[in-house]
Design a protein around this ligand. Structure first.
Ligand code: AMP
Length: 192
C-alpha cells in the first residue's frame, strides 16, 4: 500500500506512521527525518537545510524532490510506503504525482489527521520538552503552523479531488487514532 499522511505539525503523523509501518510492513518515509539525518551527518545538504529548518521555513522543493527520488529508488519501497511530511505545497504535490507515475507506483490513499490548533500548540510544547527539537521554539512553531495553513492545507484538496482522501479525527489516544486510521484503510486493502 502506498499511503501519504497529511496533517499539521503536531497532528501525530510521525507517531502514527511509525505504528502503521509495523502493521503494514512497509517503510516509513519522513522527509523531516531524512533532513534531520542530513543535518546530524553534517552533509552539504544538511548544512544548507539546518538554519531553514530551525526557523520553521520550508527547505527548497528541488532539494526535497532529489531526496525523495533517491529514497524511492531503494528496493524496500517496491511493496509500498508511508509518506509523512511531503507534499507540503502544491508544487510538491504535482512533483510527487509525476514521480510516482513515472516509476509506476501511483499513490493509493491519503489520510489527513485533523487536530484543532490549540491542541497542536499544546502537543508541540510537550514534544519540545521531551525531544528538544531545534524547531519546536514558539516563533518557529508559529511559522510552521502558518505555512501549513497557507501552503500545505490546500494540498488536501488535491487528494480530495483525486478521490484518495479520508479525514481522520486525530484527537484521542495513540491507540484510538491508530484504530480510526485502520478503519479508514480497511475498504482499500485487507490491512485489518
Ligand atoms: P517535520 O519533521 O515533517 O515537521 O519537518 C521538519 C522541518 O523539515 C520542516 O519544518 C521543514 O523545515 C523541513 N521539511 C520537512 N519536510 C519538508 C518538505 N516536504 N518541504 C520542505 N521542507 C520540509
Amino acid at each position: 500500500m502506498r499511503l501519504v499522511l497529511l496533517g499539521a505539525p503536531g497532528s501525530g503523523k510521525g507517531t502514527q506512521a511509525a505504528r502503521l509501518k509495523e502493521h503494514l510492513q512497509v517503510p516509513h518515509i519522513s522527509t523531516g527525518d531524512l533532513l534531520r539525518a542530513e543535518v546530524a551527518a553534517g552533509s552539504k545538504l544538511g548544512l544548507e537545510a539546518k538554519e531553514i529548518m530551525a526557523a520553521g521555513n520550508l527547505v527548497s522543493d528541488e532539494i526535497l524532490l532529489g531526496m525523495l527520488e533517491d529514497r524511492f529508488s531503494r528496493p524496500d519501497t517496491a511493496g509500498g510506503f508511508i509518506l509523512d511530511g511531503y507534499p507540503r505545497n502544491q508544487a510538491q504535490a504535482d512533483a510527487l504525482d509525476h514521480l510516482l507515475k513515472r516509476i509506476g507506483q501511483p499513490m493509493d490513499f491519503a489520510v489527513q489527521l485533523e487536530v484543532p490548533t490549540e491542541l497542536l500548540v499544546e502537543r508541540i510544547a510537550g514534544r519540545a520538552q521531551a525531544e528538544g527539537r531545534a524547531d519546536d521554539n514558539p516563533e518557529s512553531v508559529r511559522k510552521r503552523l502558518t505555512i501549513y495553513d497557507t501552503q500545505t492545507a490546500p494540498v488536501i484538496e488535491f487528494y480530495r479531488q483525486h478521490g484518495q482522501l479520508t479525514v481522520v479525527n486525530g484527537v484521542g489516544s495513540l491507540d484510538e487514532v491508530f484504530n480510526r486510521i485502520l478503519e479508514a484503510l480497511a475498504p482499500v486493502k485487507e490491512v485489518g
